[in-house]
Every structure is written in C-alpha cells, then in structure tokens.
Design a protein around this ligand. Structure first.
Ligand SMILES: [Zn+2]
Length: 266
C-alpha cells in the first residue's frame, strides 16, 4: 500500500516541473522576440567601424562580452581583441591562450586579430596590481590604434569587482585621454555595465526586463547566438568546473550586455 500523502506530493512536483519548463520556454520566446541591438530603447542604426575588445583573462570574452561581439559581427564591424594576461594563475597560461584563440574563432574573430599577452607586470590574480599607466601603455603598444575607433572593456565595477578587470577601465580612460591630448583624436570608450546583484543571475529574464538610459546600448543575443556563446565557453576546457555550467545558464551576461559610452572633451 502506498504511504499516505505520496500521491499529492508527486502531483505538486509535476506541476512545479511543468511551470518551470513553461517559464523557461516563455523567457526564450521573449528573448528571441526582443533580440538585437538597442540604443536608449531604439534599434541601433549606425555602428563603429573597428572595435577593440580589451579583456584581462582568457574566457572574459565569452563569459561577459559575447552578446556585444555577436551584435557587432552581425553588422560587419571589424573586431580585434587584446587580452592582457594569459590567465596563468594556475600555471595553465600556454593552454589558456590557445583556448582563447579557439573561443574567439567560434565568436567569429580570426586568430590573426587576437593578441594574448604574458607580461610580468600584468599577471592574472586577485592580488596582482595592474596600474592604469601600465594598462594604458600596453594597449597603446599592442593594439593597432590607427584603425580603431572604439574600445570596449569593463566598467569601474569590473563585473565581479575583480581588480584586473577594474584596472582595464582606468587604463582605458587614461588611454582615451592620452589620445585626445597627444593626437587630438577621439577613440570611443564603451564600458560593460556591471549588473547589480539583484539582476546578475536572472539569466535570460534580465535582458527581457532591462530598461536602459538614453545613451546606453543594450545588446541581446538570439538563441542561436547564445548557443554560439556556449560553444565558445566550451573551448575553455581548463575552466569547465561544475559551477561554470550553472553560470552559463543563469548569468545575465550570457544573454545580454548593457554598454555605456564614455565621452571625453576634445
Ligand atoms: Zn577575467
């Protein structure tokens, strides 16, 4: 004889499962319907010509910036990439720099436009101090500055408060100011908005409900692009520990990027 109460509990689990499935399907449908690039809520009509994706570690590009990379690639924007460290905190730098090339390949950026550095002053680690001046000079030395019109990097929050990420923002600000002072030339600085803790792990829902300021971009991936982002993450085999599988499903950055334009006076 079945224990008392077993039937109703099983039934409520089944309803819960169906409800969760329905919410996921609904979110995917809404994500697909609202995918694309927006500036202050309106569709983006003009794009930069050449964007440098400036990151700190191999895997930043697909864990955080993939929706923007997809949107730029879909509009024939030339993308270059500069990763300031090879992520050698665990002695895997050589392997991780190869994983970076493969990941960018999946995201549509050819290897010849991807640079991964191993600078003793810019090593991967929470305790490693990257000075803004070092970041500024390194980017200027290694990026093809004459052809760039936009640099995309982290904002002051660095997504996760990681000091290497945050250093890129301050270094990029200094570089932008230096270009203005030295060459009277403006390179646009785009910074990836750090989601609040409330919205960081809403997954696909975050992009559906997100409202942005008039001067912010919002890039939302299609389902196909999200699949490509998963494929890019899969190239980082050394990083595929169990919580990364949760990350790629729940992180808002996998589905959408909010990007702010930083302007300095010429
Ligand atoms: Zn990182």
């Amino acid at each position: 004889m079945a224990p008392l109460g077993r039937g109703p509990r099983r039934g409520s689990y089944a309803w819960g499962g169906w409800l969760a499935l329905a919410l996921v399907v609904l979110a995917h449908v809404l994500q697909s319907l609202s995918s694309g690039a927006y500036l202050g809520g309106a569709r983006v009509t003009t794009y930069p010509k050449h964007v440098l994706i400036l990151t700190a570690h191999p895997d930043d590009e697909c864990m955080f910036f993939a929706p923007t990379i997809h949107a730029l690639g879909a509009h024939n924007v030339t993308i270059s990439a500069l990763c300031l460290s090879n992520g050698n905190a665990d002695g895997l730098g050589r392997v991780r720099s190869q994983e970076l090339l493969h990941s960018y390949g999946v995201l549509g950026v050819p290897a010849e436009r991807v640079t991964c550095l191993n600078d003793p002053h810019l090593q991967d680690g929470m305790q490693q101090v990257w000075t803004p001046a070092r970041v500024r000079d390194t980017v200027r030395a290694h990026a093809n500055m004459t052809h760039l019109d936009t640099i995309l990097t982290f904002d002051a929050g660095g997504v996760s408060l990681h000091p290497n990420h945050r250093a890129l923002f301050h270094g990029a600000l200094q570089l932008q100011a230096a270009l203005v002072a030295d060459e009277a030339r403006m390179v646009a600085l785009w910074t990836l908005h750090t989601w609040s803790w409330r919205t960081k792990f809403w997954g696909m829902w975050a992009s559906v409900w997100q409202r942005v300021d008039a001067h912010d971009y919002l890039f939302r991936s299609t389902l196909r692009e999200y699949g490509q982002s998963l494929q890019a993450m899969y190239q980082h085999q050394t990083q595929l520990v169990w919580f990364r599988y949760l990350y790629v499903f729940f992180s808002s950055y996998m589905y959408a990027n909010r990007v702010r334009v930083v302007v300095q006076e010429l």
